[in-house]
Design a protein around this ligand. Structure first.
Ligand code: NAP
Length: 253
């Protein structure tokens, strides 16, 4: 991949303890950034901080506890990140996400509400908390992780698909509001990526997905991290409002 230098940049990555967020956080630390990574527990935050700093890169990592279901915590998180990292985030990666799958007719209201709160409302709250300092600096990058499911739908995931499609509409609208302030707003739509989230799928579901992926393999978290680094870089300064598909060809917008 291209070699990027994010020295001097503060990058906030939600859900950085595992999976896609963890690899995104690692890549930004390797590229010299000060990374604020979140986990839902003290142990997770401490682990990600020590493991990312042990990479021996020029960047630096700090772990924070954050539960996206607590919408009011967004402003507190950004204040804590700004204090510890020395500046408000220059780059926000809205990555944390959950699934609570089930057929719509049987879906519990809580499962609908939690997924919409964590995967959509929390993205809006955190972006709002980060955007004011970005407007003052007249620069910034907002990158949110949506999903191919938000583009094509998936039986059993009405809540998840609604939240992820919401991120795409949010991104397209916000980019129009803040573009004149030097801020780009984009999202990445991963396909089928090998993480804890997809580990729970049975062999039949796995084979079904693989049959529909032209590249005939699952994606890796690093595939998503590469797209995030590109969108955060100066090379992508004229890209805004976009949804970058990283899905091995399973859906072409
Ligand atoms: P993952 O392996 O399940 O990791 C989820 C991350 O989110 C963890 O760091 C977890 O923290 C954090 N998290 C969970 N609940 C949270 C909450 N209530 N508040 C804040 N953080 C919370 O997931 P992943 O596969 O890496 O997915 C990352 C993003 O990519 C998600 O938005 C997901 O929807 C999207 N995505 C994934 C795929 C895929 O195939 N994997 C495809 C399309 C889109 P803890 O470790 O503390 O629990």
């Amino acid at each position: 991949m291209a070699v990027y230098d994010f020295t001097g940049k503060v990058v906030l990555v939600t859900g950085a303890s595992r999976g896609i967020g963890r690899v995104i956080a690692e890549e930004f630390v390797k590229a010299g950034a000060v990374v604020a990574g979140t986990a839902t527990s003290d142990a997770g935050a401490a682990k990600l901080e020590s493991e990312l700093n042990a990479l021996g890169s020029s960047g630096k990592a700090y772990g924070f506890v954050h539960n996206a279901l607590d919408l009011a915590a967004a402003a507190t998180l950004v204040a804590a990140v700004s204090e510890k990292c020395g500046a408000a985030p220059d780059i926000l990666i809205n990555n944390a996400g959950i699934t609570r799958d089930g057929l719509f007719m049987r879906m519990k209201d809580n499962d609908w509400d939690d997924v919409i709160t964590c995967n959509l409302s929390a993205v809006a709250r955190l972006t709002k908390a980060c955007i004011s300092p970005m407007i003052k600096k007249r620069s910034g990058r907002v990158i949110s992780i949506t999903s191919v499911v938000g583009e094509i739908g998936n039986a059993g995931q009405c809540n998840y698909a609604a939240a992820k499609a919401g991120i795409i509409g949010f991104t397209r609208s916000l980019c129009k509001e803040v573009g004149a302030r030097g801020i780009t707003v984009n999202c990445i739509a991963p396909g089928f990526i090998e993480t804890d989230m997809t580990k729970v799928l049975g062999e039949a579901a796995l084979n079904h997905w693989l049959e529909n992926i032209p590249l005939k393999r699952m994606g890796q978290a690093l595939d998503i991290a590469h797209a995030a680094m590109f969108l955060a870089s100066a090379d992508a300064s004229y890209i805004s409002g976009a949804t970058i598909d990283v899905n091995g060809g399973m859906h072409c917008a």
